[in-house]
Design a binder for this molecule. Sequence first.
Ligand SMILES: NC(=O)C1=CN([C@@H]2O[C@H](COP(=O)(O)OP(=O)(O)OC[C@H]3O[C@@H](n4cnc5c(N)ncnc54)[C@H](O)[C@@H]3O)[C@@H](O)[C@H]2O)C=CC1
Ligand SMILES: O=C([O-])CC(=O)C(=O)O
Length: 328
Amino acid sequence: MSKKPVRVAVTGAAGQIGYALLFRIASGEMLGKDQPVILQLLEVPVEGPQKALKGVMMELEDCAFPLLVGMEAHGDPMTAFKDVDYALLVGSRPRGPGMERAELLAINGAIFTAQGKALNAVASRNVKVLVVGNPANTNAFIAMKAAPDLKPGNFTAMLRLDHNRALSQIAAKTGKAVADIENLCVWGNHSPTMYADYRFATIKGESVKAMINDQEWNANVFLPTVGKRGAAIIEARGLSSAASAANAAIDHMRDWALGTNGKWVTMGIPSQGWYGIPKDVMFGFPVTCENGEYKVVEGLEIDAFSQGCIDKTLKELTDEQAGVAHLI
Ligand SMILES: NC(=O)C1=CN([C@@H]2O[C@H](COP(=O)(O)OP(=O)(O)OC[C@H]3O[C@@H](n4cnc5c(N)ncnc54)[C@H](O)[C@@H]3O)[C@@H](O)[C@H]2O)C=CC1
Ligand SMILES: O=C([O-])CC(=O)C(=O)O
């Protein structure tokens, strides 16, 4: 018997990430090749973006995806989020050359108050929310706080792009396959302060740290490369990363919904005090997923270098949080 369709909201659906994301959701790459989906697409209620959204929907139609059993265009989150099981909050301004992500807070923060309230009012009580729009952690924090009737743990921020970037850098450094790298994680904020941590990583059972054995490379090459990759892409493309961001969103939601088989991934989630991170701070942690739930990998040793990195990214996040206190 075929599965009951699930409702998936995507905001910013006519934007560049939206264009790289929707076709993959509709083809079953996010929720499985046996899971029918209804897309509930939100764009600003302005003629240009709404017209562009119609064009994207025409293309989705033209793909004749068997799993795409419904599709709606919206200009209001109160209708877009009605009964949704999954919400991918992408819609917001991207940064341009020379901007820091934190500069987006003033522009984008308010979007997430309104969308958190709408999710609170009309979404499924089990909705799984992924915030992609930057600054993703703090926007997810704002949305979570605006939705007091939903479980805080169902609001997440995207750190998966940083995680995937770190995997590729390690594969290149060691000359090994991405697929063989286990137990990597990224702590903290989706920003240059994030701390990609390969101390526990293994490749076919061998320690990656021992294989690389180069703390100078870790501190001065690896971490800045991963942390500043977004800016490097903006510099090269003139536009912020889109296909890789959409790919990371698919990975994040797929793993949350369908499980990781014990494999570690990184998710930005509201802390429950793990590793000394204050409650509710939306922080990147190593997790495994099973039965639609994530579970933090606990008990990892934090050495002095790692603690310094974690403290720095935490400080940035608590400063950002303080900066949006008026929106909470
Ligand atoms: N967390 C992450 O790893 C990453 C996050 N991003 C962020 O994702 C966001 C979107 O990036 P792009 O798709 O490249 O931008 P874009 O400008 O191409 O598209 C954004 C779309 O969102 C729409 N939008 C704006 N406000 C909205 C609202 N209140 N409701 C619904 N739609 C709204 C715009 O009309 C536009 O069509 C940016 O904030 C960007 O910085 C980008 C890459 C990675
Ligand atoms: O850097 C940006 O503004 C876009 C982004 O979040 C990324 O590529 O990591």
